[in-house]
Design a protein. Structure first.
Length: 303
């Protein structure tokens, strides 16, 4: 096995058993109980896009395992001077990087790096493609609350079209038999979203798609994107904002996830953002354990 087969580029090509073993490993990772299994290893966080939770949680995860980290962001490095992705990767490798965690606006950028470097590459979100660590931490959080994914009714609401999180979630949850409904206006949930996985449903009616839901995943909806698509922001909130009244249509014990950043008054109301059904901060916390597992596996320190 070459080192880079330990890369994490996307959920779609993964075998369910690989996913299960990463999630099991994450269960054994405790952020408050640091382990030194990656002592002396160097992890570079190469971010070509803004990020709060993903970047910080990868950094905390690497440090909790004893690794040394360096953060390189597009606005404060030679990247801004026009250095290419592959030259930046080669430079980081020559500096001694043992793994690179990369976020990039172009779909496929992490794959390109993985094909050209002999170290594991971890995709922290690439364009409109995938965000596999978010998919894993969403599954981890759902399992923590619901115990099983099989037969679970999951409604994903919002800008599915632009969302790499939605793609990773759909691939992961459908591999384990969850029943997925994608909900939003046609411009944000186009018919070709059906091709993502067999058996998913599309609905333009939020109330209908909330009936019987065990899990609701909200996605960020950018005002500028709505305007670009000539969708009315007010109309969007009237039709698709998750409110307390609407959430009553779901199953008892429903949980609400959101990968963040949340836009209060847009995808959700304050009472949902501050309510007990939402597990958004659990997602954030679990993100550290899940990323510890990803890094431990990638760098071969997992036992
Ligand atoms: C998402 C991302 O960047 O893909 N956020 C995250 O990483 N937790 C979602 C988004 O920005 O809408």
């Amino acid at each position: 096995m070459t080192t880079s087969s330990r890369s994490l580029l996307a959920i779609e090509p993964m075998e369910p058993k690989q996913i299960v073993s990463l999630l099991r490993l994450a269960k054994r990772m405790h952020y408050e109980k640091p382990r030194n299994i990656l002592r002396g290893r160097r992890v570079v966080l190469l971010f070509y896009e803004a990020s709060t939770r993903t970047r910080v949680s990868f950094e905390f995860a690497a440090k909790a395992l004893g690794a040394t980290t360096a953060v390189v962001s597009a606005t404060a490095s030679s990247i801004e001077k026009g250095e290419s992705l592959l030259d930046t990767g080669a430079t980081l490798r020559a500096l001694g990087a043992d793994a690179i965690v990369i976020r990039h606006p172009s779909s496929g950028a992490p794959g390109l790096l993985a094909r050209n470097l002999d170290i594991p590459i971890i995709n922290a979100g690439d364009g409109m493609h995938e965000h596999p660590s978010q998919g894993l931490l969403d599954a981890f959080t759902i399992l923590e609350h619901k115990g099983d994914l099989h037969g679970l009714r999951v409604t994903i609401v919002g800008d599915v079209f632009h969302s790499r999180v939605a793609r990773s979630d759909v691939h992961l949850l459908s591999k384990f038999g969850a029943k997925i409904t994608l909900c939003g206006p046609p411009a944000l949930v186009p018919d070709n979203a059906l091709a993502l996985a067999p058996g998913i449903r599309i609905s333009q009616n939020l109330d209908e798609s909330l009936h019987g839901a065990d899990v609701v995943i909200l996605l960020r909806v950018q005002k500028e994107r709505l305007q670009g698509l000539e969708l009315d922001v007010h109309e969007y909130t009237v039709n698709y904002q998750l409110t307390r009244e609407r959430l009553r249509l779901a199953r008892r014990g429903v949980i609400v996830l959101h990968p963040g950043p949340i836009m209060r008054g847009m995808e959700l109301t304050d009472d949902i953002a501050d309510g007990s059904q939402n597990v958004i901060l659990d997602q954030v916390r679990n993100g550290v354990s899940v990323r510890m597992a990803i890094l431990a596996y990638a760098l071969g320190g997992a036992r």
